[in-house]
Design a protein around this ligand. Sequence first.
Ligand code: F6R
Length: 622
Amino acid sequence: MCGIIGYTGSEDVKEILLDALELLEYRGYDSAGIALSDRAGVRMFKCAGRVSDLRNVCRRETSGTETVPGEPARSDGSAERRVQCGIGHTRWATHGGVSDANAHPHQVGKVTLVHNGIIENYRELIEDYDLGGSLVSDTDTEVVAALLNRFYEGNPQEAIRKTVSRLRGTFALVVMFEDHCGAIYTTRNVSPVVATLCEQGAMLASDLTALCRFTGRYFVVPEYHILELREDAVRLTDFDGNETEPEYFTVNWELNSAGKNGYPFYMEKEIMEQPQAIADTMEERVRGGLPDFSADGVPDTLFTDCERICVIACGTARHAGLVAQALVKSILHMHIEVEMASEFMYSDPVIDEKTLVLAVSQSGETIDTLEAVKYARRRGAKCLSIINVRGSSIARESDYVLYTNAGPEIAVASTKAYTTQLVIFYLIVARMALLRGVFTTEETQSYIRELQRTPDTIKEVLGKRRDIHVVAGKLLAAKDLFMVGRGLDYSILLEGSLKLKEVSYIHSEAYASGELKHGPIALITQDTPVVAAVTQEKLMSKELSNIREVRSRGADVVIFIKESIAGNLAEEYELITLPDMRDEFMVMPASAALQLLAYYVSSDKGFDVDKPRNLAKVVTVE
Ligand code: F6R
C-alpha cells in the first residue's frame, strides 16, 4: 500500500513525479506529496486528497516563485540551481488520520523521507531517543525521519544502517539528505521497491507501473540493501558496504498499456481486455492441443509427486482458488484446501513436503500471501505461484511461477487478473489430469479446446453490455442485495458479490442458495433484489426452486443463465443469457457479465469506479 517514487535526471522532476504518482495512485489515494531538491534546499508540497489536488497545491505554491527547486533549466541563468532530484508519495493511511500534516514526505532536519509499510515499534523509538519534541504529525514515518536525522552526521549510508537496525516492521524508505543534493537513497524490508537507470536518469518506485513509461528494464531492490540513485548511476550496497550488481529483468508489458485507451475508467478497459489477456495467458502453454509448462520451467514431478493441494490467496485471488477447488475435486478427486492467506498461519495448517502450495496474487506483493508462502516452504511444501506482476516478492519467494499475462491491472477491483488466474488453474488441472492418468490425451485435448473458446465466449458477453447496463440500472437504489447459486455458481457469485460491494457500496452477500432457508431468507423482502446464477445443468432444477422461494417473498430476481437451459424462463424472470460452454467453464462468461454489472452500477451512481473508498490495489500491510 502507498505508492512511492524517486527520480533524478535531466527531465522536469516535478512533472515526472506527479505523473508517476497518478499512475501509482491505485496503491493508496487519501493524500499525496512530493519533495524537490536543489542546492538551495528541499521544498515540500503535500496535501490530503488526490494527486490532482496536489497538482493544484504545486501550482499555487510555485506561482511567481523565481527559482523553483527541481524545475528545468532556465535561460535566465538560474540553471545552476537545477538539480533534478525529487521523491513523492501517495498514501493509504495506517498510522494517523487523513490530513495535510500526515501526508508524506516528512522532513526532520536535513532528512526528507517517504515510506511505505508499518513501523511497529515507533512508540518505543520516540521514547528511547526522546524524539517527541520534533514531531508534527501522527505518523510512524515521521519518527523514522527524526531517527535518521538523529544519526546523520554527513554519511547517508551510515545513518540509514543505524536507523534500520532499530526498526521493527515493514518498510520501503526513500530518503533525500539536504546536503547530498542530487542523490536519493532507498532501503527496504518486505515492502517493494523497483528501480532502473535509463536514458532519462535514475528512478525508483513501489511498482513497475510508474517506470514502464520510460524503460522496459528494471531491477528489484533487495531487502536490507541500500540503493543510491544519481542522475547517471545507481549504486547498490549491502549493509556491510559491499557493492553488488543489480539483477535486471525485462518488463513484458507494452509501455503504453497502462493508459485508459479512451475508456472512462480502467475497470471498463480491463474488463474489455479479457479476451486478449486470456489468449495471451494460454499462448506458449498449449502445445499439440495439450497443456505444457515447459517454457515456464515447471517440472511435471511437481504435479505427480504431491498428495494434496493447498491454495493460498486473498480476496478475488482466493475466489479463483475456490473455482480451482471445485475442479480439483470433481476431476482429480484430490484433497484440496483453499486458505485465506491472512488466517493461514493461525489455523495450524496441515502442510508438508507432499503438499503442493498454489499461491495466487495479482500484485505478487500481498503481505499475508507472501508470509504464508514463506511459512509453507519452511514446512517443506513446494510452492507454485500464479502471479501477474513479474519479479514481485511472492514470485521471488516461490519455487516456481506461472505468470498470468494480463498486463497492468490498474483499477482497484480485479477483473482480468481473476479470469487469467482461472485460465492458469484450468491448465494446471488439465496437466495434472493427463499426468495422473485421469484424462486420456484425447480427453485432455477436448478440455483444452473448450478452454480455448473462452476468449470468444467472453467477447459475446461483452457484446451484451447494453443489456447488462439496463439490469444494473434497476439495482441502483438497492441498499442490500443477495446473490444466490449452488456449486460452481456459488463460487462465481462470491466473486460477483465482492465486485459489486467494493465498487458500488451496496451491501451484497453471496449465499449458497440451499442455505438461504437456514437463516438469511429472513432478510428477503421486496426491497432486497436477488441476483442468481444458473449455469450448471445438473443443479438447475434445485437452483430454480430456491429462486422461486425468494421470488415468493417479494424479491425482484435477475438470473444470469446458460443460454441453452434458459427455456421460457424469460416469461417469468429478468434474464441475462450466457453463451454455452461445458459446465465447468461457465465461470468465464458468467464472471465477465457480473463484472460489467458491478461496473455499471458504480459508474451510474457516479462513483470513482477505479478508486473505491478505503481500498488500495496492493495490500502490503497485515
Ligand atoms: C478485489 C481485489 C482484492 C484482491 C486482493 C488480493 O477486486 O482486487 O480482493 O484480489 O487484495 O490481491 P492480490 O491478488 O494482489 O494478492
